[in-house]
Design a protein around this ligand. Sequence first.
Ligand code: HEC
Ligand code: HEC
Ligand code: HEC
Length: 431
Amino acid sequence: MRRRSAAAAILCLAGFAWPGMSSALTGAAPLEEKARAGKAAPAEQRRIRGAYLARAANCMGCHTARAGRPYAGGRSLSTPFGTFITTNITPDMATGIGGWNEEDFWKAMHEGKSRDGRPLYPAFPYTEYTKITREDSDAIFAHLQSLSPVSQKNPSSRIDFPYDFEPLLILWRAVYFKPGVYQPDSLKSREWNRGAYLVQGLGHCSACHTERNPLAVVRGAYDEDSSGAQIMGSNWYAPSLTSSAEAGSAKWPMGEIIRLLTTGVSRLATTSGPMAEVVGQSLQHLTKEDARAMAVYLKSLPESNPRPKAGAPALTEEVQKLFRQGAGIYKRHCQDCHGDAGQGAPGIYPPLAGNRAVTMNPPVNVIRSVLNGGYPPVTAGNPRPYGMPPFAQTLNDGEVALVLSYIRNTWGNRASFVTRAQVDKSREGIH
Ligand code: HEC
Ligand code: HEC
Ligand code: HEC
């Protein structure tokens, strides 16, 4: 097993394409920053604090193109409404926000309005950032203004008809957007409130994890499939943070929640895709206190009704036959890493037995894992993550469906079949 791990390590180093961003800002640890901040002048302290807050909010993640200059914008976010291209938020006078003041910036963060008053699209998660305090907004602004200006023109977003119609956006905002800073709950502890502020505001977790139809005002004009917490324009599903069958933390020990958030892997789960990016670029940089506060809040969230499970197949002779075919594929292609009983290897390869990511509905993430492979994030706590190779070229749709249906129904796992059509649909959406 260890030998094979070495091969996987090479695979990992050679192919670290996701999240596909260099960690330009991952240098200094928050604690060092704190120590430095202790000795610095107030303006400098505010800037350092702003740098920390900008990481907790992962501004850089969206405002940096693949292999592009940090914060200079240009990343495309494709959605069913069109392709949004993020803007340059370095302090360049002509192309960035060099001419902005604290008030302009606060209007963007708190009200979702650009400097000229134009309402911004909620692809910029001001729906969550509105909870950020004025003090924190000013600190983030001070950090951004201290960056070296990058002159890079903003290509225009390509928003499809009818979503490019401004009154529609104004209508959406009237229905769905309520500006307002986070109000602490006086019945809860300081730590809980800090966690809630981080999760609901800076961390903008619900931008991905909560079901919402961003332009649902136009009923019927969009694909029903894109509703739910399936992330717009991608075939990733962001599981519910309030369901134990998905990504809820209520039943997890505190240590495991903190480990998952800050290292990207834990005994019980592994982060992938967009979540690996969130951990790698943002959450791993949280101070110990903030990571703990976030975990305290997440653990306290009441269990919601899990979404209805599509039924597991009855184990007829015909179904058993399909499972045997799936087991054969598993043995050939997967067992070396994930183990003969789906037990994985702690900290290296995730277990598949008893792993809720495997049995989750919809099965889009596991299909995606097998087709595209992937990596947990590179973090201080897990500096050389092992990767999973892509099988899009090796296995056809039928084989992917068979092996997934098998791992969803063995070693105590029980979940619905994955169909060839589901795999095919996923292939189309991969980008
Ligand atoms: C999920 C992706 C995403 C994240 C995270 C994000 N932004 Fe943006 N941001 C966008 C998009 C897309 C736009 C353009 C919206 C539009 O044009 O309507 C934008 C627009 C802006 C604007 C307005 C620029 C202008 O010219 O009007 C500012 C300022 C801004 N973002 C700052 C930030 C800051 C600060 C953070 C972190 C606290 C942040 N953004 C995090 C996607 C993001
Ligand atoms: C850009 C979209 C995005 C944002 C923002 C985001 N998540 Fe996620 N998250 C995902 C996706 C997609 C998954 C499923 C893939 C996976 O399991 O890693 C996920 C998975 C998770 C899981 C379950 C991991 C597992 O395998 O059991 C937890 C817990 C979680 N997220 C917490 C958070 C918290 C807390 C925040 C805010 C600080 C957050 N997420 C912000 C997209 C996002
Ligand atoms: C070289 C070792 C290796 C092989 C071979 C391999 N995997 Fe993986 N697998 C991994 C690693 C590492 C991860 C974590 C990837 C990530 O975080 O994105 C993973 C993740 C997964 C996940 C997601 C688990 C989670 O918790 O999110 C599934 C499902 C999975 N593998 C199934 C398979 C199947 C099915 C096969 C065979 C077709 C296979 N793997 C072959 C190493 C491997």
